[in-house]
Design a protein around this ligand. Structure first.
Ligand SMILES: NC(=O)c1ccc[n+]([C@@H]2O[C@H](COP(=O)([O-])OP(=O)(O)OC[C@H]3O[C@@H](n4cnc5c(N)ncnc54)[C@H](OP(=O)(O)O)[C@@H]3O)[C@@H](O)[C@H]2O)c1
Length: 329
């Protein structure tokens, strides 16, 4: 697969990475460990070199999974993980915590779980209103100086936070939601990243599965599936948003590709420093998603996608209110 550089940092990764969250967390029961390891290693064989995790995925289980899966190929891959939460005894998030001593503890614990001596890309998962971002950036700077971390990242941060953090420790990548049904980053975020030379890693690039056409208004989710609480995934919202999926399907048919591939190729076409991280638990979908790296969208294709999409108003918020309050700060 072609490689891309995340901004000016020099960090080079496959044009499409693998989002590993769903293997352990968020979308129903965890995948069997052997199968998950096989999927991660197959991704590497298909050219994927960026693997995305977080302390919160599980919590802890996803980092442990990556540690095991990637151990034989550790020096050939880029491991990204995230800090920034406290957990209760049941593993639920009990609040945000980006205090410097906590970041340091998480880094040490994550290194152990990931079976490595360095975290390639360490993101703050959400901006913590109780800790100045300068203190967070300064702590990661220290971890970089100590050789425990190579690159600093932020997730769902607003432009002022990005600028303040970048002034203390250059930010390699911002990881935030971006896809054909969530284009807000185009307003302020992308121009700021371009100006500062920061790479962009869109999460949920397939709209949490919706853009692929595999989910309809009648789909039911496992009781532990996060999508049950997402306003954009109520049956009514899914019905209302079906037009976008149908449109993508038509474009995909014209290009003799799949909807998932068009959704990913559209992201790749926006900027050369964008690296989407689709997640899947299934080998055939992994192959399909990786195949998006070879889709060429012409300027005409992009114009017709943009024209068609701009006529559709997507229904439903992407987060319930208590989680919406955590993004864009
Ligand atoms: N920084 C953050 O706050 C944040 C938030 C969310 C996610 N993330 C990261 O971003 C990664 C990706 O985001 P995401 O998992 O939320 O959403 P996504 O990649 O947009 O979609 C994943 C969903 O789509 C399905 N899917 C994947 N490929 C498919 C295909 N070709 N055809 C049909 N269905 C397909 C998957 O189901 P199957 O498993 O059944 O294929 C899964 O339910 C995560 O793994 C995580 O690493 C970060």
């Amino acid at each position: 697969m072609q490689k891309r550089k995340l901004g000016n940092s020099g960090l080079e990764v496959s044009a499409i990475g693998l989002g590993c969250m769903g293997l352990s967390y968020g979308y129903g029961p965890a995948t069997d460990t052997k199968e998950a390891i096989a999927l991660i290693r197959t991704a590497f064989e298909r050219g994927v070199t960026l693997f995305d995790s977080a302390e919160a995925y599980g919590p802890y289980k996803n980092e442990e999974l990556l540690g095991e899966a990637l151990a034989p190929i550790r020096d050939k891959v880029v491991i990204a993980t995230k800090f920034g939460f406290d957990f209760d005894q049941k593993g639920g998030q009990s609040g945000m915590n980006s205090r410097p001593e906590h970041i340091r503890q998480v880094a040490v614990a994550a290194l152990k779980r990931l079976k490595t001596d360095v975290i390639d890309l360490f993101y703050q998962h959400r901006v913590d209103p109780n800790v100045p971002i300068e203190d967070v950036a300064g702590t990661v700077k220290d971890l970089i100086r100590e050789g425990k971390v190579k690159h600093f990242g932020l997730s769902e941060a607003g432009v002022q936070t990005i600028r303040r953090a970048h002034a203390v420790q250059p930010v390699t990548a911002l990881q935030s939601e971006y896809s054909l049904w969530w284009r807000e980053p185009e307003q302020e975020i992308l121009p700021t990243l371009e100006e500062l030379g920061i790479g962009f890693v869109p999460f949920s690039p397939l709209g949490k599965g919706f853009l692929t056409g595999a989910i309809s208004e009648t789909t039911t989710f496992d009781s532990t599936d996060f999508r049950n609480v997402v306003p954009r995934f109520t049956p009514q919202a899914r019905k209302a948003n079906q037009g976008l999926v149908d449109l993508l399907g038509e474009i995909a048919a014209r290009k003799k590709r799949t909807s998932a591939q068009i959704a990913l190729a559209w992201l790749l076409a926006q900027k050369p420093w964008i690296v989407p991280i689709p997640g899947t638990t299934k080998l055939h979908r992994l192959e399909e998603n990786v195949g998006a790296a070879t889709v060429e969208l012409t300027p005409d294709d992009l114009r017709s996608i943009n024209d068609a999409v701009s006529k559709i108003t997507v229904q439903g918020d992407r987060y319930p209110p208590h989680l919406q309050a955590r993004v864009g700060r």
